[in-house]
Design a protein around this ligand. Structure first.
Ligand code: ADP
Ligand code: MG
Length: 275
């Protein structure tokens, strides 16, 4: 018989079990070797823990490792150093409880909208259940595309395609949602609308979210905490708590705390430190 025993669950002084962070980056470093042989240190010494059902945004200059951070959490990439754990278990491969919305919609052009949204189920189980189609239709309603169920991606605008990709990531109601600048291709109005839509979905079906964005306003509107990253090598330079009340709505945008935090973060993101 194996001598391996399960580790005891840590217990707090109060006697309640302490659950591990949902996502945990411990001293994570990522170095890539480029096609010309040069080394790129994309991430260095990243420590970041996400609690259950927390909404965290990641903001920072282009190339500071935001997408790399998400790919590590998704199990699409293994870290060069340190560990990335999900629910206390080191990530070694993609996991079912994660939904991923990429920067570009990556829809399959020969499938219609419903078949694209349900595609992960077909891919994993070889068939699509009726309840998946039902859920896909509900999500279409939510994202305002009910009348587009049988359209192909090339019949949709870029923004509509991106909404379909978000619905696809939400289909199996994942515990963890990783979103890489999902609204960057949308016009400003649709963007605000989608932010509120996402907040509504998140409140209805709570999940832990990591949301990469270039927009300080979007980060503030959505998040419990904002991770500010610096470039070369990519590091976490600051983690900011967002003390704005929920639910957040249009009035949140004119809250003095919102404006003040936006200004503070702008300075942090754009002030170049001396080399
Ligand atoms: P961001 O999403 O913040 O713009 P990325 O995570 O995409 O940044 O990239 C961080 C750095 O790592 C960049 O310098 C990028 O060129 C480099 N990089 C990312 N992926 C690879 C790869 N597969 N091979 C080589 N370099 C990469
Ligand atoms: Mg990126």
């Amino acid at each position: 018989m194996s001598a391996v025993t399960a580790l005891p669950t840590p217990v707090a002084a109060s006697g309640t079990a302490i659950s591990p962070p949902v996502i945990d980056f411990q001293s994570v470093g990522q170095t890539f070797v480029s096609s010309d042989g040069s080394r790129v240190e994309a991430l260095q010494g990243v420590n970041l823990s996400l609690r259950r059902h927390e909404f965290v945004s990641v903001i920072g200059p282009s190339g500071c490792g935001k997408s790399t951070l998400l790919r590590l959490a998704a199990g699409l990439l293994m870290p060069s150093s340190g560990t990335v754990s999900i629910f206390g278990v080191p990530v070694t491969a993609p996991r079912d409880e994660i939904g991923f919305a990429f920067q570009r919609p990556t829809l399959l052009p020969w499938l219609d909208v419903i078949d694209n949204i349900t595609f992960p189920m077909r891919h994993k189980y070889g068939r699509v259940e009726q309840r998946d189609v039902k859920r896909a239709n509900e999500l279409l309603e939510t994202i305002g595309l009910r009348d587009f169920a049988r359209k192909r991606p090339n019949e949709l605008s870029g923004g509509m395609q991106q909404r379909v990709a978000i619905a696809r990531a939400l289909l199996h109601d994942p515990d963890i949602l990783l979103m890489d600048e999902p609204f960057s291709a949308l016009d400003a109005l649709t963007r605000d609308e989608m932010s509120f839509e996402l907040l509504r979905i998140w409140a209805e079906r709570p999940k832990t979210v990591v949301f990469v964005t270039h927009s300080i306003q979007e980060a503030l509107l959505l998040s419990d905490r904002i991770v500010v990253m610096s470039a070369r090598p990519g590091r976490v330079s600051e983690i900011i708590d967002v003390p704005l009340a929920r639910p957040r709505n249009l009035a949140t945008l004119s809250d003095p705390v919102f404006t003040q935090l936006a200004n503070e973060i702008r300075v942090k993101v754009f002030t170049r430190k001396p080399e």
